[in-house]
Design a protein around this ligand. Structure first.
Ligand code: ZN
Length: 396
């Protein structure tokens, strides 16, 4: 076995540092003018030998929503596109309208190897303690409005406890809601067919095409999508049970389910007439579990895995590298590889290895093996270990 080490190409440049500020256009706030802040940040950045000035991005003070802040949007785009490595901001409140928003953008950028320094709070997203600080700050911010939404939730919970539920828009394929009870309708056969086809080994995509050919539609009259079929196959309603309050209550700021909020689920067994028997339902869940395990091992969902999958490893923490698509400006997408330890949120290990662009990675490997690398000849590559300093290619 031969191991070749080649320095990482993207690490040869200095850290490109940009600043973001909100500028005042009124005369009595001269120190907040664009010119004043531009010269302040230019001097600050040039004072560091290992920093390159990547620009000052700014918006006028009045714009509140992120979508109304063209300078901010441009900064995020440039940062995701690899033009900026580090961002200086005066404070959290200058960066975003609230802490949840701030955390969202900070996580997005940090996940792409770009960190932010908040001067006033003395917070740096490069430091592991930062995400804890964010959670703490957002908990305080949410506390005030929490009591209001808790009262509303309480009413729902009491009704769930009594076994009363609201079917929403009555969207469950195969059932009608009659006097508050679920009753199978003419679409029940379609549901049975979906479970049967899946057990026979058909893929979700094949099932989707067949259902479309048979003219089966959702309750809203649309052809069934991949997600609809997945949802049906995992919905306990079809074996006669009912799980109430499936998701945690929504966070009133993010409008997304709040995993940390306390909530109760009530599981009603034999609540209504089943469409598929328990054995069928259990079989489907087991097949699904097995398929998921296989997918996890290969490292990719759907389609064929990339020819480098399973060969790329992070030299900092040992986790495999995974492939992602980043959206650049003008709809240009590019492929990057990132350490899995970094990107799976709570499951990650906080690994700091920077994202590497696929074209640079391939270029390095090609320099190492002396020819183009593709799906046909990738067999000669045993293992590629990526660290901040270099890329080590092990060939057979
Ligand atoms: Zn790692």
């Amino acid at each position: 076995m031969k191991i070749t080490r080649i320095p990482r190409i993207r690490d040869q440049h200095k850290k490109r540092v940009a600043a973001y500020c909100r500028v005042s256009t009124t005369l009595d706030e001269q120190e907040e003018s664009y010119e004043a802040q531009l010269s302040y940040y230019t001097r600050l950045i040039q004072a560091h030998d290992d920093w390159d000035f990547a620009g000052v991005y700014s918006d006028e003070k009045s714009g509140v929503k992120a979508s109304n802040r063209p300078g901010f949007q441009r900064l995020i785009k440039d940062a995701l596109n690899g033009k900026v490595d580090y961002i200086l901001v005066k404070s959290i409140s200058r960066f975003s309208r609230n802490i949840v928003d701030c955390q969202k953008y900070a996580n997005l950028l940090h996940g792409n190897g770009v960190d932010i320094h908040f001067d006033k709070e003395n917070l740096d997203t490069a430091e592991p303690s930062c995400s804890m600080m964010f959670s703490f700050l957002s908990a305080i911010a949410q506390d005030e409005s929490r009591s209001i939404s808790e009262n509303v939730r309480w009413g729902y919970r009491e009704r769930f406890k009594r076994g009363e539920y609201n079917l929403g828009n009555n969207r469950i394929l195969g059932y009608d809601c009659v006097d508050g009870k679920l009753v199978p309708n003419q679409d029940a056969d379609a549901v049975r067919m979906i479970f049967q086809m899946y057990i026979e080994g058909k893929s979700i995509e094949e099932i989707r095409r067949l259902l479309t050919d048979y003219g089966i539609r959702t309750k809203k009259g649309q052809p069934l999508a991949h997600n609809n079929i997945m949802y049906i196959l995992q919905n306990e309603t079809y074996m006669g049970d009912k799980l109430l309050q499936k998701q945690p209550p929504k966070n009133f700021l993010t409008k997304k389910p709040d995993e940390r909020a306390p909530y109760e689920s009530n599981y009603l067994e034999n609540d209504h007439e089943a469409i598929v028997d328990r054995k069928t339902w259990d079989t489907v869940q087991e097949i699904m579990r097995q398929k998921k395990a296989v997918t996890a091992a290969v490292g990719r969902i759907g389609g064929r895995p990339h020819f480098l999958y399973g060969k790329l490893f992070c030299g900092e923490c040992g986790e495999p590298m995974t492939r992602r698509t980043l959206n650049g400006p003008k709809g240009i997408k590019h492929k990057v590889w990132t350490c899995r330890g970094r990107h799976e949120g709570r499951k990650g290990n906080g690994c700091k290895l920077r994202t590497i662009k696929e074209d640079l990675l391939l270029q390095t490997i090609e320099e190492s093996i002396g020819c183009e690398v593709n799906a046909e000849n990738a067999g000669q590559i045993q293992r590629v270990v990526i660290t901040e300093e270099d890329i080590a290619v092990e060939t057979t």
